[in-house]
Design a protein around this ligand. Structure first.
Ligand code: RUQ
Ligand code: CUA
Length: 658
């Protein structure tokens, strides 16, 4: 182990110990005026939406800023019994993969769609780290509209990042893996057999639908994080890497051997041209493409079998390596697109690279060698400069649009503000504790809103009331409108937030869908009006065409269903008013409930296992007579001869003969 590494590990463990036995002082640094800055009076709207990744909960949560109020959880990669996502017949297919239904994931990064490098607020893209997937969330409905699985990938961490006009969502693999026909190889053959891929997912301009346009195959290394260029650098993409040592065990030590790893610079325009001119190889793969169709309100899953790949040996002049201090994590591009910030977790400085210098150095072939055939730039010839003594453990950088950068420091638990041109440290603010990501609304775009900064912290000890061994993760809000950062609010979050996106509320709030037009409901099992409510038996399949309106479900009495029947409750919510969902649940069903939005149809499957009486009811308090919104399903033994009968009120079985 070299000296530097020993030192780094020592610093790391010292901080770990500090954090585990004696935390920094927690005395409040918040003043009375700070509190009013975060205060949003009852009845008032927040100024910003904050979309926050759920980490190990697999979903996305939505907060208002500056209040920190939790507004919604959007199910994306994890089933969500609260509204039936992943359980209802309509949404099950959203979580389909080539490994079957994968009901959970680890969600780290988010990107809001952009036009000309500025947030347009149409879609929110989310990555799944574990089973590589990218999701698109529609910001008019706050619903997951599409999930695309990524072949030849494992980890999908440097994802999903966008080009300036959302031409592509870019997704790099964290784990290098063997790809192609022969994948059953010794782990120790990493150097020969393991590859790393970057997926370029095209996004339809009008509808947002995603497709894998092509993939670039790199030598095996771990792609950590990534950013698209902007303005002058808009045709480029930058990725941080670690383990360019190509170790396959004890990475903690073996992937930090070399003094420098790399930032990989990719000219995606050039790659796109190669593909358009028919270059690139077709490769047999398998991946799922799941789309939620708004018209039929049904998710469809399709298995795709082919992807176009570009290999480096064939197309050389599109990828370059920039040496960057030890295991860089964040790789961020400033709003003008001229500077690329590499944050080496174990480095004591932050290198900032110049895009202008990079293009000149490439033209002059100013290389210091190559890495598996990829030209390696000379550090000095692409370096703008280094931020000296910024703090310990730099992770991520966001920008305020006034020429300043803000870097999160995991080890020294602080946010450090510095000037992008002069590289001078201007201010530092403590975080409680161990900040991971940070977010300035629009802080990764050409036009940051620049008013607030949110720190997403990994450790929360002593900030909130104890809740057993597991504590809420903590977000902290800073006012950054002045010269000095000012902490104005702590707010707990759900899951484990990694990256987040913030956007001025006015960009999206008026486009929010209030309810679905029932006249346009093309669901296969819609019930248009209560008079069409009915039950239809086909063999052992029973379709219940049910309607919900304040305050009854129709039919509410059903008889003639037998043990082992497959019963499908297709519930149509007939309401045409904002914020009037109805719920549907039935006793002993090993399934979730349904939450049906106004104008929508949703289906719950139930296979009764025993004869008896099964009450069902609405779960969402929808009116003064919500509690009365209930009914019975009678289940008889298999082979009995109870006839199929159903109805409500006058038409209920036994009240009037049908
Ligand atoms: S990561 S704490 Cu998964 Cu974005 Cu840096
Ligand atoms: Cu409908 Cu309660």
């Amino acid at each position: 182990m070299n000296k530097l590494l020993k030192y780094a590990l020592l610093v790391f463990s010292t901080f770990t110990i500090l954090h585990s036995c004696k935390m920094k002082t927690t005395e409040s640094v918040v003043t009375g005026t700070a509190a009013t800055k975060a205060y949003v009076a009852p009845g008032e709207y927040d100024e910003f939406y904050n979309f926050v990744s759920g980490g190990f909960n697999g979903n996305v949560s939505v907060y208002g800023l500056p209040s920190g109020r939790l507004l919604k959880m959007i199910p994306v990669f994890s089933v969500f019994p609260e509204n039936g996502y992943g359980y209802s017949e309509e949404t099950k297919a959203m979580l389909n993969t080539t490994a079957g239904q994968v009901p959970w994931d680890d969600q780290h990064h988010l990107s809001i769609s952009m036009t000309d490098g500025e947030q347009d607020g149409r879609w929110l893209f989310a990555n799944a780290n574990n089973t590589p997937r990218v999701a698109r969330i529609d910001l008019t409905t706050f619903k997951t509209a599409e999930i695309l699985q990524l072949p030849n990938s494992a980890g999908n961490h440097s994802s999903p990042y966008l080009t300036e006009n959302t031409e592509y969502v870019i997704a790099g693999t964290r784990f290098a893996v063997p790809i192609g026909e022969q994948q059953d190889v010794p782990i120790s053959s990493f150097k020969e057999n393991f590859k790393s891929t970057i997926s370029f997912i095209s996004v339809d301009k009008d509808h947002g639908s995603m497709n894998i346009a092509f993939q670039i195959i790199l030598p095996g290394m771990d792609l950590d994080l990534s950013r698209g260029g902007k303005g002058p650098s808009k045709d480029w993409f930058f990725f941080s890497t670690y383990n360019t040592e190509q170790a396959n065990t004890l990475l903690e030590v073996n992937a930090s051997e070399k003094d420098k790893d790399f930032i990989v610079a990719i000219n995606w325009k050039k790659a796109e041209e190669y593909v358009k001119s028919g270059k690139g190889k077709k490769m047999k793969v398998e991946y799922a493409h799941n789309t939620f169709d708004e018209e039929t309100q049904q998710a469809y899953s399709k298995i795709e079998n082919e992807v176009t790949v570009l290999t480096l040996e064939d197309y050389k002049d599109m990828v370059y390596m920039i040496p960057c201090a030890k295991s860089p994590h964040g790789c961020d591009v400033n709003p003008t697109g001229e500077y690329i910030v590499g944050s080496g977790k174990l480095a004591a400085l932050i290198p900032v690279f110049s895009f202008d210098k990079l293009t000149k150095a490439i033209a002059a072939k100013d290389f210091e060698g190559d890495y598996h055939g990829i030209p390696v730039m000379k550090y000095e010839s692409v370096l703008h400069g280094e931020v000296q003594k910024p703090g310990l453990g730099p992770l991520h950088t966001e920008f305020d649009g006034n020429g300043n950068a803000y870097t999160s420091m995991f080890l020294s638990s602080e946010v450090v503000k510095w000037n992008v041109e002069s590289l001078e440290v201007l201010d530092r603010a403590p975080t409680f504790y161990s900040i991971g990501h940070l977010c300035i609304p629009g802080g990764d775009t050409k036009k940051p809103w620049g008013k607030y900064l949110i720190a997403y912290n990994k450790i929360t000890k002593d900030r909130y009331l104890p809740t057993g061994p597991e504590l809420a993760q903590s977000a902290q809000l800073y006012d950054i409108s002045g010269d000095k950062m000012e902490l104005i609010l702590d707010f707990p979050t759900v899951g484990e937030p990694h990256y987040a996106q913030g956007i001025m509320a006015s960009v999206i709030k008026d486009k929010s869908v209030k309810f679905y037009d029932i006249a346009k409901n093309k669901h296969k099992y819609v019930t248009m009006g209560e008079k069409n409510a009915r039950v239809v038996r086909t063999g052992n399949r029973v379709d219940v065409y049910m309607t919900a309106i304040r305050s009854h479900l129709a039919p509410d009495n059903i008889e003639g269903v037998y043990v082992g029947d497959e019963v499908y409750f297709h519930v149509t919510n007939l309401e045409q008013d904002w914020d009037i969902p109805h719920g549907f649940a039935i006793k002993n069903n090993p399934n979730a409930e349904l939450l049906i939005m106004p104008g929508e149809t949703t289906t719950l499957k139930f296979v009764p296992q025993k004869a008896g009486m099964y009450p069902f009811y609405c779960t969402d308090f929808c009116s003064a007579l919500h509690q009365e919104m209930q009914g019975y399903l009678r289940v008889s033994p298999k082979g009995s001869n109870v006839p199929l009968r159903f109805g409500i009120g006058e038409s209920a079985p036994g009240v009037a003969v049908k």
